[in-house]
Design a protein around this ligand. Structure first.
Ligand SMILES: [Zn+2]
Length: 82
């Protein structure tokens, strides 16, 4: 139960010290292409957008999501090199 108390105290402290929760805002996706297939976004319809570990990700289609989930680190490294 002590852990719970510490957690709730920490939560209150965090909320008090940071009224605007900037941690909740994902980093914007830096590319104009699908993170998985490198196809230009929008050419296959509306891009599929989601947030992964605070990083916004855009994919050209939802079928790329399976590939992304299979190896997220591989595709996330693409974002950093650009
Ligand atoms: Zn794609």
């Amino acid at each position: 139960m002590k852990t719970l108390l510490v957690l709730s105290t920490l939560t209150v402290w965090l909320m008090a010290s940071a009224p605007i929760a900037s941690a909740a805002d994902p980093k914007p996706y830096p590319l104009k292409t699908c993170a998985v297939s490198d196809d230009e976004l929008g050419t296959m319809g509306k891009p599929y957008e989601f947030t992964h570990d605070g990083q916004q990700i855009k994919l050209c289609c939802k079928s790329c999501l399976k590939k992304f989930k299979a190896d997220p680190a591989k595709f996330l490294s693409k974002l950093k090199s650009n």
